[in-house]
Design a protein around this ligand. Structure first.
Ligand SMILES: [Zn+2]
Length: 528
């Protein structure tokens, strides 16, 4: 059986004198038995007791009961004649701070709960753990923790974060070597960031977004450092440009879409069309059918008059090859018709990969779109399977420019079969889109393989491409070229910083509102 004193972890020189149960409260009387104490001013030991008094300290709970320590503390005379202090109170630094009303371990427990939660939530959790605390106390405890001492940083990652719903921004500084948060600044001005960098002449690389405030900050605050345009931001900028371009093409495509779909479906097996269409679409479709039939009859009539195919094409307003096809087939036909036997044979033999089937047709000379092949096959699917092939239905699959941008930027081998099909449809919208895809993938490849030496060749290809959106992107690159080359070559990435920004958002959402930025900074520095 161990003594009751050993239940309470106390520093050497303190002993339990008695324990009393008051309701649910354990009141523990503690005395100091050290023969002497040292003066806090001159450090000289003294054993001459002047007087004694009692301190009451709240302590961490013990086996379901709250604990209060009644600590008998002594005052000593300082015997050093040179010392200004005549009387001093004995110090028990491992147990309690000089003027505190709680033990050090209780203080730290509240602090830990505070950092792990937020002021409000933490108070409730602490209460469940038998620790009484108010939000104000918890915040005070958290703010009391000193900032990590200024450490050495050679690879600095810097980025902004949204402070208040995108209206106010701060700056997050991360050590890219250790992945630790270095500091949080309440704004994103070049001056503040530069001032921070000036305190760290050891910085060798500053990884930041493209151009802007942090570039100026690095010039002013860390002129010795290499600036590195962050790959994450480069890709983001490219994505923004790309989204604009794709939005334009998708809009054009959408305007033509119903028309194209209807035209391509009119001549083939009209009886088996089982797709549900609104009456409005039905009427439109009927109109197209009649219009197309009229054109066909006109072609045949003109041919009977002995006109050339070129002349007929001009007169009717359709392509000369279409005239040729219609006349050869004795009916109006789609470009897919000659390939249908092959297509169905492959389909029946079990190949249901539409992208691959399209590729096979192209290898056999098919010049039509992937969408036609896909639509044709989807219409042949039994009802049940049609739903599962929903992603492949009649409209071009990437619905939004954002989705389309995602497909363009992603590594092709990481796309699912459905996404590959969508991408293929998308690329065939327009030759400019196809050229854009190639250039975007080349840039992404440079980013992945750190082949910054290929940048000039890529820039030249963009100039040749005559695609205005991409050319505006390259203008930005030209302005910031040394940093871009560094970003394409060096291994660092602000991906770490982005990760921290996301966690910061989480902390922010958990409600630090009461104490504002200083508390947020504390929590980010001590919890990330
Ligand atoms: Zn002294």
């Amino acid at each position: 059986m161990i003594g009751i004193s050993s239940l309470f972890s106390l520093p050497e020189g303190l002993e339990v004198e008695g324990i009393e149960l008051q309701g649910n409260l354990l009141a523990v009387a503690i005395v100091s038995v050290l023969p002497f104490s040292c003066c806090p001013l001159c450090s000289q030991a003294s054993s001459q007791v002047h007087s004694g008094y009692r301190r009451t300290l709240r302590d961490v709970p013990c086996a379901g009961r709250r604990v209060v320590l009644h600590l008998s503390v002594r005052k000593f005379f300082c015997r050093n004649p040179e010392c200004a202090r005549k009387i001093f109170t004995e110090r028990l630094p491992t147990l309690v701070e000089p003027w505190a009303q709680v033990t050090r371990r209780l203080f730290e427990a509240v602090q830990a709960v505070g950092f792990a939660t937020s002021g409000e939530l933490g108070t409730r959790l602490a209460d469940r753990l038998g620790i009484h605390s108010s939000p104000t106390t918890m915040l005070r405890r958290m703010m009391a923790l000193s900032s990590p001492s200024s450490c050495q940083v050679s690879l600095l990652g810097i980025d902004d974060w949204s402070f208040r719903r995108g209206r106010k921004f701060g700056t997050l500084l991360v050590d890219l070597a250790t992945h630790s948060v270095l500091d949080l600044l309440p704004d994103r001005n070049a001056e503040s960031a530069a001032a921070w960098m000036r305190e760290h002449p050891e910085i060798k690389v500053v990884s930041r977004d493209r151009g802007g405030e942090y570039a100026s900050a690095a010039v002013a605050g860390a002129p010795q450092a290499i600036q590195c345009a962050d790959r994450f931001h480069m890709l983001k900028n490219l994505g923004e440009v790309l989204e604009g371009l794709l939005a334009r093409h998708l809009a054009t495509k959408r305007r033509k879409n119903i028309q194209e779909t209807l035209e391509e479906h009119i001549p083939i097996e009209p009886a088996s069309r089982s797709l549900r269409r609104s009456p409005k679409v039905e009427r439109l479709q009927q109109a197209y059918r009649e219009e197309r039939l009229a054109r066909y009859e006109q072609v045949v009539a003109l041919r009977k008059l002995g006109m050339s195919q070129a002349a007929i094409a001009k007169r009717v307003g359709i392509g000369q090859s279409t005239v040729g096809n219609w006349l050869a087939a004795g009916a109006y036909v789609s470009r897919l018709d000659p390939y249908l036997p092959y297509l169905f044979q492959r389909w029946e033999s079990g190949c249901h990969n539409m992208v691959r089937l399209h590729q096979e047709l192209v290898a056999r000379g098919y010049k039509g779109s992937y969408a036609s092949v896909r639509d044709h096959l989807v219409r042949r699917l039994p009802e049940g399977k049609k739903n599962s092939a929903k992603g492949n239905e009649l409209s071009p699959a990437p619905q939004s420019p954002r989705q389309a941008t995602f497909l363009f930027l992603r590594r092709p081998e990481k796309l699912t079969p459905e996404e590959q099909a969508d991408l293929l449809t998308l690329r065939q919208i327009h030759p400019e889109v196809e050229r854009t895809y190639d250039l975007v993938q080349q840039f992404a490849q440079m980013l992945r393989t750190r082949t910054g030496e290929q940048l000039d060749a890529w820039l030249a290809r963009v100039v040749d491409s005559q695609i205005p959106d991409l050319q505006s992107f390259t203008l930005g690159i030209e302005r910031d070229k040394p940093a871009v080359v560094a970003g394409l070559t060096l291994p660092h990435s602000n991906g770490v910083v982005e990760g921290k920004v996301n966690k910061l958002k989480l902390i922010k959402r958990m409600g630090y509102g009461r104490a504002g930025f200083p508390l947020l900074r504390q929590r980010v520095l001590h919890a990330l």
